[in-house]
Design a protein around this ligand. Structure first.
Ligand code: PHE
Length: 366
């Protein structure tokens, strides 16, 4: 017993003297660790007579508790001292001059995606997303392009060597249209979404990059018709380009997943080397530019997505985000978008605090 008392005093002294968490841990191990002297003392209880044990056990437990409490208290003390030291060391010198200009900027593509979300939210659209690594069922089959469909070959698809879990092929999505299928399967009809994001095609020249951005739109409800599509696109482009004289031309076209299908052109004029959106493309000094594809969603697509085409119908569209960004903000080389040149970024980029808002004009530049 006297032995225990003196050992306890030694340990308490060591705890009081410990000035680091490591030193404290060493004391803990020496006393309370598996082979520590308190643990060894507890083990001797087994060999004692019941009378001896009923006297020794509470004494040893008391020593154990006293040391554990002292360790805890010291640990708290050391930790708060460490925090104080860190706070004292990590001061910020507020007298240093601010940088001449803000560093970093929001890429025009990100800015335009935020503008899209803002404008379409006002029209009651939610933002949906899907994976960039897709399977061929969502990217093609469910969009009414079975294995033998010639449109598959037109997409210059990047395929992965390994098969999908269902045995199909994995690929980089070639358009945002698979999000139509995923959203309908998840939420069913009625639905009103846009899906902005990256898409990939093995294609590269002055106007094509292997990765580019699209925004998909999808509206499915009971009485939706082509007139709603035209109104929606016109209303969007007026808000996006911040001008009323937007003229759209819907040109008959073909997509396997829409019927009928139309391509969407917008009237523009040339001002110097810059294309300016507005006016009728057939007027003097004007022309039409294609911005994307659209149409009434094909019955087969609704069936693939688990929606009853006798009850529901609607429209879909797909627009090139990079292209409408170039038109709005006057860039003329698509490849520069993805070079990551800081000079280009600081010239065309947006301030992070400059959140697009309808009330401020969606394109407000700081
Ligand atoms: N997915 C088509 C493309 O990438 C565009 C589109 C979307 C057409 C929706 C019609 C409806 O070319």
């Amino acid at each position: 017993m006297t032995d225990l008392t003196s050992q306890k005093q030694t340990a308490l002294d060591a705890i009081a003297k410990a000035d680091t968490l490591d030193a404290l841990e060493a004391v803990r191990l020496d006393a309370l660790g598996k082979k520590g002297w308190v643990s060894l003392a507890l083990k001797t209880l087994g060999g004692m007579s019941p009378e001896e044990r009923s006297e020794a056990a509470p004494a040893i437990q008391a020593v154990r508790a006293e040391i554990a409490d002292a360790l805890d208290a010291k640990k708290g003390e050391l930790e708060s001292a460490a925090l104080e030291a860190q706070l004292a060391a990590e001061t910020i010198d507020l007298t240093l001059p601010a940088p001449e200009s803000a560093k970093g900027s929001v890429h025009p593509v990100s800015q335009v995606m935020d503008e899209l979300a803002e404008i379409f939210a006002d029209l009651g659209f939610a933002v949906a997303t899907g994976p960039e690594i897709e399977d061929d069922w969502h990217n093609f089959t469910a969009l009414n392009m079975d294995e033998s469909h010639p449109a598959r070959a037109m997409h210059d698809t990047f395929y992965f060597p390994d098969a999908a879990p269902d045995g199909g092929q994995m690929l980089l999505r070639t358009h945002t249209s698979p999000v139509q299928i995923r959203s309908l399967k998840d939420q069913g009809a009625p639905i009103r979404i846009i899906a902005p994001g990256r898409v990939y095609r093995s294609d590269s020249d002055a106007t094509h990059t292997p990765m580019f951005h699209q925004v998909e739109g999808l509206v499915i409800d009971k009485d939706i018709h082509l007139g709603h599509l035209k109104w929606t696109l016109e209303t969007f482009f007026k808000a996006f380009f911040e001008r009323e004289d937007i003229t759209l031309r819907l040109r008959p076209s073909y997509f396997p997943f829409t019927e009928p299908s139309v391509e969407v052109d917008v009237g523009y004029s040339n001002e110097g080397d810059r294309r300016v959106v507005g006016g009728n493309g057939d007027d003097e000094g004007h022309d039409w530019m294609e911005l994307g594809g659209s149409g009434m969603v094909n019955r087969r697509v609704l069936e693939f997505a688990g929606v009853d085409p006798d009850e529901y119908q609607g429209f879909a569209f797909g627009l090139g985000i990079d292209r409408i960004a170039m038109l709005k903000y006057g860039m003329n080389d698509l490849r520069a978008f993805f070079d990551g040149d800081p000079r280009w970024l600081s010239h065309y980029g947006f301030a992070a605090v400059d959140q697009p808002a309808l009330s401020a004009g969606v394109g407000a530049r700081a």
